[in-house]
Design a protein around this ligand. Structure first.
Ligand code: C2E
Ligand code: MG
Ligand code: MG
Ligand code: MG
Length: 282
């Protein structure tokens, strides 16, 4: 009895795995056309000054408005785009769209407190020889002041701790952009990266943020990451803040910035613009 039930479960699992592979190959076939047909959309998640509540900037997060499957999250198609190489074109489109959007928002924000835009780069994108030139062109075309562009790299982007990769990081900084290490703490040798690359900021992975309340050990780790970042003059952003206890805890640990569902999910361009306008009228 138990054995046959077990077998049944196995078959269900198998069928699911098969369905998933089928879907992945469908998405793979549809990706190139989707870009031409304008099915991608950039959403913007606010990054908040935890003390004042003011929006410091936004992280650009891409979505695919699939005509049959609805809105797909990046986890469902970024890995496919990476495998097929389409990430180059998609990544460039995200950069162009996000920079143009932020440049337009700067037009409506008077005064010096302009929001910045964070854009994620994937490993394959980072390895492409034209990246520097392409970012230069995008900054020129969008008329965005590079000081408001933050590029989020994962460890896989800077996996090679060699002179060539170091040079690219420096050249991006010479353009005026800032380099953040994303998902900090979940990689293999985070401290090695900090020791080799002149990074401008760290994003503390949400797995740490989410254990802050109940876990003294996590608090100790985050506290030392923050004091290390301060000593290295890096900015810190905590990811995945879902409740006020987490904000409170982060504030007492001197973490200045954060993002998460507590403040806002990733917003459409129109909703993000409304948020900025509301903030201006305070
Ligand atoms: P990420 O860069 O670490 O982005 C943060 C992810 O956490 C986003 O997921 C965001 O929606 C989610 N998030 C934000 N606040 C909370 C919270 O309070 N709780 C929880 N549980 N989650 C929260 P999303 O938008 O699904 O993106 C997933 C990943 O896909 C991103 O992780 C990033 O690595 C990648 N990605 C997104 N857009 C792009 C892109 O344009 N280019 C590249 N190369 N990768 C992208
Ligand atoms: Mg990110
Ligand atoms: Mg992240
Ligand atoms: Mg993350």
């Amino acid at each position: 009895q138990a054995k046959s039930a077990g077998k049944g479960c196995y078959r269900v699992f198998d069928r699911e795995a098969h369905a998933q592979r089928l879907k992945a190959s469908q998405l793979e076939a549809q990706l190139p056309l989707a870009l031409k047909q304008d099915e991608f959309e950039v959403f913007y998640q606010p990054i908040i000054n935890l003390k004042s509540g003011v929006v410091k900037g936004f992280e650009a997060l891409v979505r695919w408005n699939h005509p049959q499957l609805g809105r797909l999250s990046p986890d469902q198609f970024i890995p496919i785009a990476e495998e097929t190489g389409l990430i180059q074109a998609l990544g460039e489109w995200v950069l162009q769209t996000a920079c143009a959007q932020m440049s337009a928002w700067h037009g409506m924000v008077p005064g010096p407190a302009k929001p910045s835009i964070n854009v994620n780069l994937s490993a394959r994108q980072f390895a492409q020889p034209h990246l520097l030139k392409s970012i230069q062109n995008i900054l020129h075309r969008s008329q965005l002041d590079p000081a408001y562009l933050n590029l989020e790299l994962t460890e896989s982007c800077i996996f090679n701790r060699d002179q060539e990769t170091l040079r690219l990081v420096q050249q991006l900084q010479e353009l005026g952009a800032y380099i953040y290490l994303d998902d900090f703490g979940v990689g293999y040798s985070s401290l090695q990266y900090l020791n080799f690359f002149p990074l401008n900021g760290l994003k503390i992975d949400r797995s740490f943020t989410q254990k802050l309340n109940c876990h003294a050990q996590t608090q100790a780790i985050v506290r030392s990451v923050i004091s290390m970042a301060q000593a290295l003059q890096m900015e810190i952003v905590a990811e995945g803040i879902e409740n006020y206890q987490q904000t409170h805890c982060l504030s007492t640990l001197n973490c200045c910035f954060g993002q998460g569902f507590l403040y806002a999910p990733p917003l459409s361009g129109a909703d993000a613009a409304n948020l900025l306008t509301q903030q201006l009228s305070f």
